[in-house]
Design a binder for this molecule. Structure first.
Ligand code: BMP
Length: 225
């Protein structure tokens, strides 16, 4: 019902940063980047660009190296029929991930929910301006999210009204919020708007000094923690 391990790390580090690692600048090794900021971030979100660049072996290696100190979130935006989503989630958990992001619009997450052992996070309201399907179908997705007994939801950083509704209707479910930095949101803005964690990618991974960037982000976040 909540991302227990992520909160334990967040409280210890006084941070709410989940670093989205889709691409890394200047051929820097991803494990080097993670180790530069590991003591300051809560989690690492790994997506398809990373998987397709570095492969499953590298993901396993990274999780083994940093597990304990970092919450690992798989973001492959699953959206298949429920039986196949369950297979995908089982494979993902066997790599050592703590949580997994799934779409909800395809339906069927409630049907497989009791067999899912990792944290499960549903996409409810995306951050890009073309996300009109999400806007038009928010109420239906909210109902699907409630029925899916999620641990977390993804909501774009600027959507305070949406976060207010979610915090009221699903008080124990964490809000993970992208749309910060390169996409325009200020550091700490999502927390101010009611989110629990900020998903931040290229502002850190494309920075020439990721550690300094993370300190800058923490300064913004700590006004609201
Ligand atoms: P960045 O901070 O570089 O824009 O990265 C944001 C990350 O959050 C990306 O990995 C993207 O896939 C993800 N994301 C998003 O930007 N908006 C959404 O609505 C949902 C996401 O998962």
């Amino acid at each position: 019902m909540t991302l227990v391990k992520a909160w334990e790390i967040a409280n210890r580090k006084n941070s709410r940063i989940i670093m989205a690692i889709d691409s890394v600048l200047n051929n820097k090794k991803p494990e080097t980047l993670i180790s530069e900021v590991a003591d300051l971030i809560v989690g690492v979100k790994i997506g398809l660009p990373f998987l397709l660049t570095y492969g499953v072996g590298k993901i396993k290696e990274i999780i083994n190296t940093f597990q304990g100190g970092i919450y690992f979130l798989a973001d492959f935006k699953l959206a298949d029929i429920p039986e196949i989503v369950l297979l995908e989630i089982n494979k993902i958990s066997s790599l050592g991930f703590n949580g997994v992001i799934t779409h909800l619009f395809q339906g069927g997450i409630p049907k497989i929910r009791k067999d899912i052992m990792t944290d499960i996070i549903g996409v409810v309201y995306m951050s890009h301006k073309e996300a009109y399907f999400f806007k038009e179908n928010f109420k239906r997705l909210l109902n699907e999210a409630i029925k899916s007994d999620l641990d977390g939801v993804v909501v774009g950083a600027k959507n305070k009204e949406i976060m207010d509704i979610i915090n009221k209707r699903m008080p124990k479910v964490d809000i993970l919020s992208p749309g910060i930095g390169i996409q325009g949101g200020c550091y700490g803005e999502a927390l101010k708007n009611g989110a629990d964690f900020e998903i931040i990618g290229r502002a850190i991974t494309w920075s020439s000094n990721p550690r300094e960037k993370v300190f800058e982000i923490l300064k913004g976040e700590r006004r609201w923690i």
